[in-house]
Write a protein that binds this ligand. Structure first.
Ligand SMILES: [Fe+2]
Length: 192
């Protein structure tokens, strides 16, 4: 039996309020997310809009106390993000399409204009129904691509309001770090 987004939001609210440990929290959110991914009516037309230039992070819910936020991340066929961080924890569930995620370690400081050493640490191919922790406060460098011949659509849950968290992207060759912020407007964001 599938679950609605409203039911999932209520569950996440409870989990965020009662769970202090980040690993425990993200692991629970990941397991609670599975039943919404089976819901064929989970998202409305607006939430499925795809931006052709850049990437899409369509807003679904921001907790009134800004303790967490939920969006729909969509990468069109051929789209790839730069290497980027989040500055918070995050859980992703794949709803449609396939997603490739490349993870990296960072031996330098997250600061605009600084240069760091980036090393690849692994790859993951995710299919519909897969849920996983995409980032923690400490380890969250990755690059994400669409790996299917249809857009990949994922449900993203982040600690805090992602639009208010300072974030950074990293040049793979030079290691140069530059700051950016996420926008929540429909199909207006640069990264997710
Ligand atoms: Fe990301």
């Amino acid at each position: 039996m599938y679950k609605t987004m409203e039911e999932f939001i209520k569950e996440v609210e409870v989990l965020v309020n009662e769970t202090q440990d980040e690993l425990e929290l993200t692991s629970k959110i990941s397991s609670f997310m599975n039943p919404i991914l089976e819901n064929p009516f989970l998202l409305n037309e607006e939430q499925l809009l795809v931006k052709k230039n850049g990437f899409t992070l369509n807003q679904v819910h921001i907790a009134p106390d800004e303790s967490f936020s939920i969006g729909v991340g969509i990468w069109d066929v051929g789209q790839t993000t730069p290497i980027h961080d989040h500055g918070t924890w995050g859980v992703i569930g794949i709803y449609r399409g396939m997603e490739k995620e490349e993870s990296f370690s960072n031996t330098g400081t997250r600061r605009n204009g600084s240069t760091v050493t980036i090393n690849p640490t692994g790859n993951r191919l995710a299919k519909p129904g897969d849920t996983f922790v995409c980032c923690t406060k400490d380890t969250d460098l990755h690059r994400v691509s669409c790996a299917s011949d249809e857009p990949v659509v994922g449900i993203h849950v982040y600690g805090g309001d992602l639009a208010k968290i300072p974030r950074f992207k990293y040049d793979e060759i030079s290691g140069e770090v530059s700051s950016f912020n996420t926008g929540w407007d429909y199909a207006k964001t640069d990264l997710q």
